[in-house]
Ligand binder design. Structure first.
Ligand code: AMP
Length: 249
């Protein structure tokens, strides 16, 4: 079974995000970029399926600027077999990505598509659901456990107050939650080997996908500054402050 995974290039989650002085967007100059953490979990799950002999090939796809090849190389160092880079220097929204993935699903015919539940830059949480709707595949979102047999994938999802288990007929789309697995780190020899693995770079036009601006980014602002906290010496001092300073009692 072929597994297709989505790999998005985003700002590294350890980095302090800066907003452009004109508030038009986030400033990405000289900013450390990384693979979206939920995509790391998607890649890890695909590798585990290959290690179990269920997946035969793992193909990673990234839609984005030239730099996205860096994250595809990382994915290949981890165990992905080959990568597709759909190059776009323009901003792509979830629906654009889902439409690209729909074309790739048509071409590649994967048995399973694993995406992150959300990209930590835009926080959209939409692409997997949109891809399922466009292709007619079943969807198991926020997977915290996954098991594949010949014709089905069983997905355990964390829902309010418990777990829900779904059985989806393959091919299907699954999106990963934090507790699905703990991704491994790439080893140096594998990073070297990954340099030789193929990345097929294509344009949006070659797939017949045109960016359709459904959304305009109006303004980005940093959160309001918060005042620092204070340590109180006693319960009575705390009650005093809550009454007279915070005025919440
Ligand atoms: P989103 O719906 O934008 O929050 O993204 C959810 C997931 O869809 C991500 O974790 C990726 O697996 C996939 N995805 C979103 N955008 C891209 C992209 N530009 N390239 C590849 N995969 C993407």
């Amino acid at each position: 079974m072929k597994v297709l995974v989505g790999v998005k290039r985003v700002i590294d989650y350890n980095v302090q995000v800066r907003v452009r002085p004109d508030n038009t967007d986030v400033d990405l100059t000289h900013t450390k970029m990384a693979m979206n953490p939920f995509c790391e979990i998607a890649v890890e799950e695909a590798i585990r399926l290959k290690e179990k002999g269920i997946a035969t090939e793992i193909v990673a796809v990234s839609v984005g600027p030239k730099g996205a090849q860096e994250q595809l190389r990382t994915a290949m160092a981890l165990g992905v077999d080959r990568a597709l880079h759909i190059e776009s220097e323009e901003r792509v929204d979830s629906l654009d990505v889902a439409r690209v993935m729909e074309k790739i699903v048509e071409e590649e015919q994967p048995g399973l598509v694993i995406l992150g539940k959300q990209a930590i830059d835009s926080d959209n949480n939409q692409t997997g659901q949109m891809l399922a709707a466009l292709t007619g595949m079943g969807q198991g979102t926020f997977a915290s456990e996954l098991a594949v047999d010949d014709e089905h994938v069983t997905v355990t999802r964390e829902v309010d107050g418990g777990h829900q288990t779904l059985s989806l007929r393959l091919p299907a789309v699954v999106t990963t939650d934090l507790r699905l697995n703990e991704p491994r780190h790439a080893r140096l020899p594998d990073i070297m080997k990954a340099k030789k693995k193929p990345i097929d770079t294509r344009s949006l036009e070659s797939l017949g996908v045109e960016i359709d601006r459904h959304l305009t980014l109006e303004r980005v602002e940093t959160p309001a500054e918060r005042n620092g906290g204070v340590k109180v010496g006693s319960v009575s001092e705390l009650v005093e402050k809550l009454k007279h300073e915070a005025k919440v009692l």
